[in-house]
Design a protein. Structure first.
Length: 258
């Protein structure tokens, strides 16, 4: 009876191990690009863990079925890869990244200019501007944002002075408006970062208290280029900023609580 019970427990442990193995694996992968394959950031968004590729473009990261992987680099466009059953079975993934190329539209200059401004102005054909409503393209139809006029423009010439512009500069109105817009933009970026990574990611990866995560992200925005890097989808650089700043932030937080 004891032997049967022992065998049953052993079988149960084996089955538990098999099930646990099926839930997640250490996925091995390789970038198939020909150059700049070292140091590419690989983020498992689902599990909130990340790694980087070695000099041969190889990487290893823990995954489960349907996890989402992000590959980001300065040279390449952001790539999203969902772990499928074939990857889980083989334990391997071959990845090709697309180059980040900025192309300029082809420019045609016509007609040929003679240098005579009056004649050239007559030769230039002016087409009627297309209204976005006419072609079904969504456009801004609300009240435009107030423009902050430079003080030099407000002064103008000796005989022309825009008193309203000068007053807004001297009273600090424009300064407050700039700060307000800056804060609004920063708050939008923080919300977007939290939507991508989640609060749990910052708690588990960097040991940040739940109530301090928003403040930490604002701290990163104020002291690094994380906002610009996030907006251009350089998520590898973003993670570097988080890693670097989290230690500094936690030290300051500890000092303030002493």
């Amino acid at each position: 009876m004891n032997a049967l019970k022992t065998n049953y427990l052993f079988l149960l442990l084996v089955l538990t191990a098999i099930v646990g193995r099926a839930q997640h694996i250490e996925l091995e992968g390789k970038l198939l690009n020909n150059s700049d394959i070292e140091g590419v950031h690989v983020l498992n968004k689902s599990k909130r863990i990340n790694t980087i590729t070695d000099q041969d473009g190889r990487f290893e990261i823990r995954v489960s079925l349907a996890d989402t992987l992000y590959f980001s680099s300065v040279r390449y466009q952001l790539k999203e890869l969902v772990v499928d059953a074939q990857m889980m079975q083989s334990g391997y993934a071959a990845v090709v990244l697309d180059d980040r190329v900025t192309e300029l539209d082809e420019v045609f200059i016509k007609p040929a200019l003679s240098g005579n401004l009056q004649q050239d102005a007559q030769d230039i054909e002016v087409e009627t501007p297309i209204n976005f409503n006419d072609v079904g393209i969504p456009g801004f139809i609300g009240e435009p944002e107030e423009k902050i006029v430079p003080i030099i423009t407000g002064i103008g010439t000796i005989t022309t002075v825009d008193l309203e512009v000068l007053y807004k500069h001297m009273s600090g109105y424009y300064k407050k408006l700039r700060i307000k817009r800056k804060w609004e933009h920063q708050n939008q970026v923080v919300s977007q970062i939290l939507a991508l990574y989640s609060a749990e990611f910052f708690k588990e990866s960097y040991g940040l208290p739940q109530e301090r995560i928003y403040d930490f992200l604002l701290f990163c925005i104020e002291t690094t280029s994380v906002q610009r890097d996030f907006e251009v989808e350089q998520y590898g650089l973003v993670l570097n900023h988080f890693e670097e700043r989290s230690g500094i932030y936690l030290e300051r937080l500890e000092e303030s609580e002493d």
